[in-house]
Design a protein around this ligand. Structure first.
Ligand code: ATP
Length: 362
């Protein structure tokens, strides 16, 4: 592959000013998005935010009201689903109950006119890929939910589509199977290098599986970024509150270098927000420093009101004494034990400036 193109990844899917109306209701408002070849992208957002509608528009299962969609530079906006190049897996496995596993997987291959020998080979390859060798002659009802979803995945990948679309593929499965299949799908996707778009409302799923996450709310994209960018640098209070746990404290912008939390001045950089404006300070539970003594200026006096054991750490909820606010803090067990943390204990909290994010009020 000599040439000058190797540095910039190729755009596999491009969505331009896409909108979708259902009667009076706007489900998608001007969506612009580029997805690169080989990427695993998650659409993440609360119920009703439009993520499934966007996925269905990409598949041609839903016709957009305006805007355009391109796949590998070819406009596909008005093509019917069968003329688009994708494989899809739905939440409900949607296998044909009266066909064997082999015939389910072979379904797309047959309609594309592959010869019998090639179909047989390809079905065996795919069964190996999903770890279900020897299940050819079984029927879907003889498999577990997780196994059926792996067959649905094999069926979607059979014809080597340029794009894999996953519509909440794990949400019907129980927690243990879901964790296992999450890893399987991810490693399969990496091994095959197939560009993948997955819809999910599960932030942990998005954080662990995606190369980039598209956070949606009310039909708009709030932020696009790597899991780390979304987690560490959410662009607004919605993303901050939706992904991970974030303390969101109402503050007033006092100067270019600080905010007021009640009467307490906290140093931070409230960027484009005007003095006197209400804003929102975001800090994650693991970023708050809890101490026994008031050993730093600007510490907040607080009282422990709730303690939760969460396996590897403890989540401690504190009431601030100077204002009616709660702050959640995550502590290592060793630290919690050393300080004898329990409900009713008076403590001090520091909000390190480097972790204080200031958002506009929503
Ligand atoms: P969920 O996780 O609940 O599926 P979602 O983010 O995938 O949520 P969509 O299914 O895309 O949301 O729906 C977005 C909005 O569009 C919702 O308010 C939904 O009620 C509405 N909607 C979806 N399909 C239709 C339809 N065929 N007719 C009318 N309204 C629809």
């Amino acid at each position: 592959l000599a040439g000058s193109h190797h540095s910039s990844p190729q755009v596999c899917l491009k969505i331009e000013a896409l909108t979708k109306q259902f009667g009076e209701f706007t489900a998608l408002k001007t969506i612009d998005l580029e997805i690169f070849e080989g990427e695993f992208v998650c659409f993440l957002g609360p119920s009703g935010c439009g993520k499934t509608t966007l996925l269905r528009a990409i598949a041609g299962l839903e016709m957009q009201s305006s805007g355009r969609i391109f796949q590998m530079d070819k406009e596909i906006s008005t093509l019917p689903p069968q003329k688009r190049d994708f494989g899809i897996v739905f939440q409900s496995y949607a296998l044909f109950p009266n066909l064997t596993i082999a015939d389910n997987i072979a379904y797309g291959l047959k309609s594309q006119g592959y010869c019998k020998t090639r179909i047989r080979e390809r079905v065996q390859e795919l069964l190996t890929l999903i770890g279900l060798e020897g299940s050819d002659a079984k029927y879907p009802a003889q498999l577990s939910g997780g196994q059926q979803q792996r067959v649905a995945l094999a069926r979607a990948l059979a014809t080597e589509p340029g794009l894999l679309l996953l519509d909440e593929p794990l949400s019907a499965l129980d927690a243990r199977v879901r964790l296992h299949l999450r890893q399987q799908i991810k490693s399969l996707q990496q091994a095959l290098g197939v560009t993948t778009v997955m819809v999910t409302h599960d932030q942990e799923e998005a954080l662990t599986m995606a190369d980039r996450i598209v956070v949606m709310n009310h039909g708009v994209i709030e932020q696009i970024g790597t899991p780390k960018e979304i987690y560490r640098h959410p662009v607004n209070a919605f993303v901050a509150g939706f992904v991970g746990s974030m303390n969101l404290l109402p503050v007033e912008v006092a100067s270019a270098s600080g905010v007021l939390l009640g009467i307490q001045h906290l140093p931070c950089l409230p960027h484009e927000i005007n003095n006197g404006d209400s804003a929102c300070l975001g800090i994650r539970p693991e970023e708050v420093v809890l101490t026994e003594q008031d050993d730093a200026s600007g510490s907040l006096e607080a009282r422990v009101v709730h303690v939760e054991y969460l396996g590897s750490f403890m989540r401690v909820t504190c009431d601030l004494l100077m204002q009616e606010q709660q702050v959640v803090v995550d502590l290592q067990h060793t630290d919690a034990e050393r300080m004898n943390i329990a409900v009713g204990r008076d403590v001090f909290l520091q909000l390190p400036q480097c972790y204080c994010r200031i958002f506009e009020q929503q």
